[in-house]
Design a binder for this molecule. Structure first.
Ligand SMILES: *[C@@H]1O[C@H](CO)[C@@H](O)[C@H](O)[C@H]1NC(C)=O
Ligand SMILES: *[C@@H]1O[C@H](CO)[C@@H](O)[C@H](O)[C@H]1NC(C)=O
Ligand SMILES: *[C@@H]1O[C@H](CO)[C@@H](O)[C@H](O)[C@H]1NC(C)=O
Ligand SMILES: *[C@@H]1O[C@H](CO)[C@@H](O)[C@H](O)[C@H]1NC(C)=O
Ligand SMILES: *[C@@H]1O[C@H](CO)[C@@H](O)[C@H](O)[C@H]1NC(C)=O
Length: 430
């Protein structure tokens, strides 16, 4: 059974200067864990120009192709070749590149249900051991928002701050390029940042080389803007197979999928049929079902529109009475969702409490961002070290590990805030 695949038109305000074109009618959902959203990029005035609202250090690929759609990065640059060389292509399963029709549905090269490569979109949301699909512990809710950073996300992060909620934010490289200040806000707030590819194309439709550059450019821009290197990614629409799995795993990434879907990506999209009441109804159902659950959940939400943000605001306070809400890293017990091993997230214990596994050795406990009893998880922070590190990094805006003393935890939060202040000052001076 094919998962629901629908073209989603991203409606992002900053980039989209002209209306998104080409309505499509999403197919009805056939699965609780249906694939989400979004193959098509917004149609905008075609330009190869890079947004200059940030003092970029790296040179990134062109944002748009000739049609104005979000562009897959080229694979022939020097940088691309270096990344491609990291992957042992002989070890990558020889699964076919999947063609997708113009309605955004994959064309199965095998008889129905017989694709041997565990294709999420073609084989009924197929997953392998090692893929993260649920929070294992009953009563725990992995909160995730896709497709940011967006201006709507900025408002969402403010609101989550008032609720002491932390989420996993799956960032699109092209969105970071266009909304770097929002990205910094999300990072600074202590959310777990993960990769949602550069241009949000379905990965099974891309070549091995294209998949590599999609992941690595996103990693690079997140590192430049936030100073962290995510170890987790979410394939757009959940679409991936053993070929994508092998490439991602060789590059050190683990996939995070979901088992519950709000379908909130539809809000604001052409031909939308979703109502806020339907999303509320699903949350009410999930809250009611908790008592019978044997495991926790990872739920798919988006920061793509005012309605999706409003829907989160409406439902998460009620959900928080039934579930312990946290980023995915915390619910799966990974204190280190970034390659920077000195940044640590609190993880859930068997008692359901979040515990920081790596408290700072040099900061006073009252200066820590996340206490063991916080309902919202956040990375361990050490403001004292942070200020020193950030000052050293002020010219590049990137907080590198070398600016941090080896003893004691990284002062992640304050560093990032400092970097934002510097970024704003630089921007205003320009
Ligand atoms: C690449 O993968 C193949 C197939 O798994 C394996 O035989 C080979 O040793 C690998 N090469 C390297 C350099 O790891
Ligand atoms: C859940 O949302 C779907 C649309 O995504 C809707 O069809 C369904 O009726 C909703 N369920 C409830 C219980 O409201
Ligand atoms: C829980 O499971 C029992 C037994 O299957 C069922 O009778 C009951 O309706 C379920 N409750 C909820 C809230 O789903
Ligand atoms: C946090 O540390 C700074 C010095 O780095 C200090 O000025 C401030 O009072 C501390 N805050 C608390 C709440 O201890
Ligand atoms: C704790 O942080 C240090 C760096 O300050 C790091 O080297 C170490 O791996 C971390 N340990 C744990 C258990 O998180």
């Amino acid at each position: 059974m094919a998962a629901k695949i629908a073209l989603k038109y991203t409606l992002l305000a900053l980039a989209a200067t002209s209306a998104a074109a080409g309505p499509t009618t999403p197919k009805a959902s056939t699965s609780k864990a249906a694939a989400s959203s979004s193959a098509a990029a917004p149609v905008t005035t075609p330009t190869a120009a890079y947004p200059n609202n940030y003092p970029w250090k790296n040179q990134y690929p062109p944002l748009f192709d000739k049609t104005g759609a979000w562009a897959v990065p080229p694979i022939d640059s020097t940088q691309a070749k270096e990344w491609i060389a990291l992957v042992n292509m002989s070890a990558v399963p020889n699964a076919p590149v999947i063609k997708w029709d113009k309605n955004g549905n994959p064309i199965d090269p095998y008889p129905a249900g017989q694709n041997p490569y565990c294709d999420w979109s073609l084989d009924g949301v197929c997953t392998r051991p090692g893929d993260v699909v649920v929070c294992p512990q009953k009563g725990v809710w992995g909160l995730t928002f896709d497709d940011g950073p967006t201006p709507f996300g900025s408002q969402l992060y403010d609101w989550m701050g008032t609720q002491n909620l932390k989420a996993t934010l799956f960032y699109i490289g092209l969105q970071v390029a266009q909304n770097p200040q929002v990205a910094q806000k999300g990072c600074a707030a202590g959310h777990q940042i993960a990769i949602h590819t550069w241009s949000h194309h379905v990965l099974t439709s891309l070549t091995n080389e294209q998949i590599i550059v999609e992941l690595k450019w996103t990693e690079t821009i997140i590192k430049e803007v936030c100073g962290v290197t995510p170890k987790y990614f979410r394939p757009p629409q959940g679409d991936y197979d053993d070929r994508v799995r092998s490439i991602a795993s060789q590059l050190g990434y683990t996939a995070i999928l979901w088992d519950l879907d709000t379908n909130d990506w539809m809000f604001g999209s052409p031909g939308n049929t979703l109502t806020p009441a339907q999303v509320d109804g699903n949350f009410t159902k999930w809250i009611g079902e908790e008592s019978n659950d044997t495991h926790g959940h990872i739920c798919l939400e988006h920061e793509l529109s005012q309605q999706s943000v409003d829907s989160a605001k409406q439902n998460l306070p009620k959900l928080a009475k039934a579930y312990n809400i946290m980023p995915v890293a915390s619910c799966i017990g990974d204190a280190h969702p970034y390659k920077e091993s000195d940044i640590s997230f609190p993880v859930i214990g068997t008692d359901g409490k979040l515990t920081s596994t790596n408290t700072s050795t040099s900061a006073s406990p009252s200066n820590a961002t996340a206490s063991a009893t916080d309902s919202g998880a956040g990375p361990t922070s050490n403001p004292t070290v942070s200020a020193a590190g950030a000052a050293g990094a002020s010219s590049s805006l990137v907080v590198s590990a070398t600016t941090t003393p080896s003893a004691g935890s990284r002062t992640y939060l304050s560093e990032t805030l400092f970097a934002i202040a510097v970024a704003m000052a630089v921007t205003m001076a320009l």
